[in-house]
Design a protein around this ligand. Structure first.
Ligand code: PEP
Ligand code: MN
Length: 359
């Protein structure tokens, strides 16, 4: 990444850790948008988010109100002095946002997964005068698939278009989990954004606990976890009446709830010694619930393998496969700094249980 500059130069967000971006999933009406913005601004939040064009899974879902929301966002900018950012997915969106004079854009997870779409956005940005490009902050969410190179490629395309105020947003990765009871809407796979930070230390990486967790009660523990890992800011969905929101109702917080959560996170950033036993235990509870879900998924797959083996007359235990699995897992454990002996025991137990289910 070349010639990076601060994402919001006149805010000095480097000094403001975590930098907070908050606002509704979608700008649904002028009134709700302003209401959210005024409460957040009063609480000291300086960057406002709101979706204008919403990528929906199924046709017929609420797709955002479109360009008519841009004047509402301008009004937020004017009346609160906040910086205002929104999602773009096409060259038309980029042109409309630049015409409106908003402060920044982000590329959503579905768009970031498509290099053709990202390149079209990059080409549109490249066609702007350098002053317009320097006037715009651009953030790139991770693609839905857990593919670090695809994410980096999208960031490079935007940077290659002459965008210097560049940032990344981690919003979790899609996984196939219908009915699994997995705690998160999208898997955090922390190793991926952390590797991004390691490779591009000057790139600010934000965390989006709303789309990662998918539930409002997960916003606080996930945010805390992320800030301990070195994320530079948070982008959080906040709506004056979350339960009535037209999109992502389950994960949105009221402005009051958000400000309540944000206050100790802000303090926590410069005094990690305030970390309490309770907070760490909550982290352990979340991690254990992830572990349990993974074990359940593994056992389900193992059961299906058992059925296949039965049909094709194969024996349940195949010593060479078992030996390879143990070697592989202990080697991987060693490279993560885990004790190979410990991991050998864990997998011996898991294997024993798998054999039992298959029998
Ligand atoms: C959003 O931020 O409103 C959004 C649609 O997010 P994502 O692209 O992460 O799904
Ligand atoms: Mn959303």
């Amino acid at each position: 990444m070349k010639n990076l500059r601060p994402l919001f130069p006149d805010l000095d967000i480097a000094a403001d850790v975590p930098a907070l971006v908050a606002g509704p999933c979608s700008a649904e009406s002028r009134e709700l948008t302003l209401e959210a913005a005024l409460s957040l601004a009063a609480g000291g939040v300086r960057i406002f988010r709101a979706g204008v064009w919403k990528p929906r899974t199924h046709p017929g879902g609420f797709e955002g109100v479109g360009e008519q929301a841009l004047p509402w966002l301008k009004e937020v900018q004017r009346t609160t002095g906040m910086k205002v950012v929104t999602e773009v997915a096409t060259p038309d969106h980029v042109r409309a946002v630049v015409r409106a004079g908003l402060d920044g854009i982000w590329i959503g997870a579905r768009t970031a997964a498509n290099p053709f779409a990202v390149q079209e956005i990059a080409d549109t940005l490249a066609s702007l005068p350098q002053t317009a490009r320097d006037g715009l902050a651009v953030m790139v969410k991770n693609p839905v698939s857990p593919d670090l190179e695809l994410w980096i490629g999208a960031l490079q395309r935007i940077n290659g278009a002459g965008i210097r105020r560049l940032g990344a947003i981690h919003r979790g990765f899609g996984y196939y989990n219908p009915g699994s009871g997995a705690p998160y809407r999208n898997a955090p796979y922390w190793a991926i954004p952390i590797e991004l930070m390691r490779r591009f230390p000057e790139l600010p990486v934000f965390f989006d606990p709303s789309h990662t967790g998918g539930r409002r009660d997960l916003v606080e523990p996930l945010s805390r976890e992320a800030l301990q890992m070195g994320f530079r800011g948070l982008i959080v969905e906040v709506h004056p009446e979350p339960d009535a929101a037209l999109s992502d109702a389950a994960q949105q917080l009221t402005p009051e709830q958000f400000l309540h959560i944000a206050a100790p996170l802000r303090r926590g950033a410069d005094s990690p010694s305030e970390e309490s036993l309770t907070l760490l235990r909550e982290d352990i509870d979340l991690i254990d619930s992830e572990l349990l879900n993974l074990l359940k998924r593994r056992m389900d797959v193992s059961r299906r393998i058992g059925e296949l083996k039965k049909r094709s007359g194969l024996s349940v235990v195949q010593p060479s496969r078992y030996a390879r699995l143990i070697d592989d897992r202990t080697a991987a454990a060693a490279s993560l700094g885990l004790s190979p002996e410990f991991i050998r025991k864990v997998f011996a137990n898991i294997h024993e249980e798998s054999v039992k289910t298959q029998l």
